[in-house]
Design a protein around this ligand. Structure first.
Ligand SMILES: Nc1ncnc2c1ncn2[C@@H]1O[C@H](COP(=O)(O)OP(=O)(O)OP(=O)(O)O)[C@@H](O)[C@H]1O
Ligand SMILES: [Mg+2]
Length: 363
């Protein structure tokens, strides 16, 4: 997956900016607050139809402006893909190869992008929801069918929650809940299998990367906890009984208390929970290893590396880790767009200077 050109109009602090990206490493360099992250956000938005920083498109509009445009041309497996995003009057419009497209989500899975931002540290510091989101998004990039299973599961959970809130005669409520539980179990098991399988594959790839990043001084591990258990078989076998045992409690609390919608990823550093004990740099290293592991898995599955976007990844990493990362992207020849505030001594790719919403390529 390659990005060749990008054009931003009235997006964030850019008025009218064209950029030509090169294969290999592209470095956006500039002081704080100049517009480096805004470029990365623009590329991400173009590819996914979402910003990772804001909910409302309105915040992406250049101040005082009423519409923004983003254009980008990409190459995936020798095919040219031209993407266009336009936002005006609270409406967004996407075109793929000049053809209007209702939902960009139909397209997800064709264009692959791996993105690191400091906000991703919530994967470690935040709650289970953040970790499930990371895992589900990753699975969705590899197996689009996962999204429909998740949607179907969430719908049944909503329906069961609604039933829990109804005042019905107890025996009637019990029998209806049991019917919902049968559907929940069928879908829930599929979700747990996908997640456990993908976590194992991520773990194997991330483990290697983390070993190299820390020159074998530290060990990271990630496990999927299905219904709180590391053993998936056991979780699946006990699922019906767990649901049954919780029926009264669920009625009392009017919420569904058991299932993959409450599962978690356990992330360990040297056998201890990373959330509690890992330093800032270690947390960053863990997240980075997981992201680079995703990159490898997508390449294995699709025969093509995704585009790699690294925003502000180097700060808080010590010199050894920084150099390993730089070498990794240089040797892998994956097209990477990375932001930095200073270039150290690296001559590793094409350098772009970002200053007050303007970009120029450095000789
Ligand atoms: N909607 C907007 N319209 C105009 N300018 C904006 C808008 N949103 C943000 N900005 C400006 O864009 C700049 C921030 O850009 P960005 O986040 O890309 O900085 P950066 O170069 O990544 O900085 P850092 O090194 O601190 O991460 C700020 O100066 C901010 O005021
Ligand atoms: Mg930034």
């Amino acid at each position: 997956m390659l990005i060749n050109n990008m054009h931003l109009q009235n997006f964030r602090n850019y008025g009218d900016q064209k950029i030509k990206f090169m294969p290999g490493t592209n470095i956006l360099i500039g002081d704080n607050g100049q517009g480096k992250t805004n470029i990365v956000e623009g590329i991400y938005y173009l590819l996914t139809g979402k910003s990772y920083r804001v909910q409302r498109e309105h915040d992406l509009l250049r101040w005082e402006q009423s519409e923004f445009h983003l254009y980008g041309d990409f190459i995936s497996k020798n095919h040219k893909i031209f993407l266009e995003s336009h936002y005006k009057n609270k409406k967004k419009m996407v075109k793929i190869n000049q053809v209007p497209c209702q939902r960009l989500s139909d397209f997800v899975g064709t264009i692959n992008v791996i993105f690191f931002s400091p906000d991703d540290l919530v994967m470690i510091k935040g709650g289970p929801l953040e970790r499930r989101r990371f895992l589900d998004l990753h699975i969705a990039q590899m197996r689009p069918g996962h999204v429909s299973i998740l949607n179907a599961y969430n719908k049944v959970i909503q329906q069961k929650s609604a039933l829990l809130k109804l005042s019905l005669e107890k025996s009637h409520k019990y029998s209806q809940l049991q019917l919902w539980n049968e559907q929940i179990i069928e879908l829930g098991i599929k979700i747990m299998i996908n997640r456990a399988d993908m976590t194992e594959r991520l773990q194997a790839a991330a483990d290697l990367i983390y070993d190299n990043l820390t020159s074998y001084k530290e060990k990271m591990q990630v496990f999927y906890l299905a219904l709180g258990k590391k053993n998936l078989r056991e979780a699946i076998n006990e699922y019906p009984k767990l649901l049954n045992d919780k029926l009264d409690q669920e009625i009392e609390r009017q919420m569904v208390l058991v299932g993959p919608h409450r599962d978690d990823l356990q992330i360990l550093l040297n056998d201890k929970p990373a959330r509690l004990y890992a330093s800032q740099g270690q947390q960053r290293s863990i997240v980075l290893s997981l992201k680079l592991a995703e990159l490898e898995l997508i390449n294995q599955e699709k025969g093509e590396y995704p585009l790699l976007l690294l925003d502000d990844v180097l700060s808080e990493l010590d010199r050894f880790r920084r150099e390993y990362l730089i070498k990794f992207i240089e040797l892998s020849r994956i097209q990477t767009i990375i932001t930095m505030t200073s270039a150290d001594n690296h001559q590793l790719g094409t350098l772009y200077r970002v200053e007050q919403g303007h970009i120029r390529r450095e000789p």
